[in-house]
Write a protein that binds this ligand. Structure first.
Ligand code: ZN
Ligand code: ZN
Length: 182
């Protein structure tokens, strides 16, 4: 069979046969690998068939396929698109929130809920920008929000008692110091 190559020795013949078998196995597995890889990277079934057909040319077909194949897996492309969609949705959500009274979607700068008509924010007296009730000043024009001082009083009262005690203690020590100085 291998007389063409000038090989007559049986053991050399066997080695060449094994080598050819080995190459055929690699060739078949490369065809399968090309098919599997193309399926993960190419959405078009026709192009997958073309890539597999190209890999039928021993070794060269697979090498050419590896040069021209799409750089990304379809799964990665899909994942990236989903991530971008999620990021866009997050950006969109930053402008939207729910009305605390009726859960109607309202925008951040809404002063009144369009569904239940309840007041969500107070407009600044100077620049008319919508202000969060928790803000003591307008962050746009630095105007102090009237009424915010009254809202802050209850937490202060608790501190006042202890402060009064501190003051009285300070007064006693001060009186003591003055008395002892001369
Ligand atoms: Zn509402
Ligand atoms: Zn303002």
């Amino acid at each position: 069979m291998f007389g063409v190559f000038g090989i007559n020795n049986d053991s050399v013949n066997l080695a060449v046969n094994l080598l050819i078998l080995f190459l055929v196995v690699i060739w078949l597995s490369l065809i399968y690998w090309t098919f599997a890889d193309a399926r993960r990277r190419i959405a078009d079934g026709m192009l997958v068939a073309c890539a597999t057909a190209a890999s039928l040319f021993p070794f060269v077909g697979t090498i050419v396929y590896m040069i021209v194949r799409p750089p990304e897996y379809l799964d990665d492309v899909r994942e990236r698109e989903l991530e971008m969609q999620a990021a866009e949705a997050r950006l969109h959500d930053m402008d939207h929130q729910l009305c605390p009274h009726c859960d109607y979607p309202v925008q951040r700068d809404f002063v009144r809920c369009p569904s239940c008509l309840r007041r969500l924010k107070d407009p600044c007296v100077t620049c008319a920008k919508p202000l969060d009730p928790a803000w003591p000043i307008c962050p746009y024009c630095e105007t102090e929000v009237p009424g915010s001082a009254e809202q802050q009083q209850p937490p202060r009262r608790r501190g006042r008692r202890s402060r009064r005690d501190e003051y009285s203690e300070l007064g006693e020590t001060a009186a003591f110091d003055i008395g002892s100085e001369p």
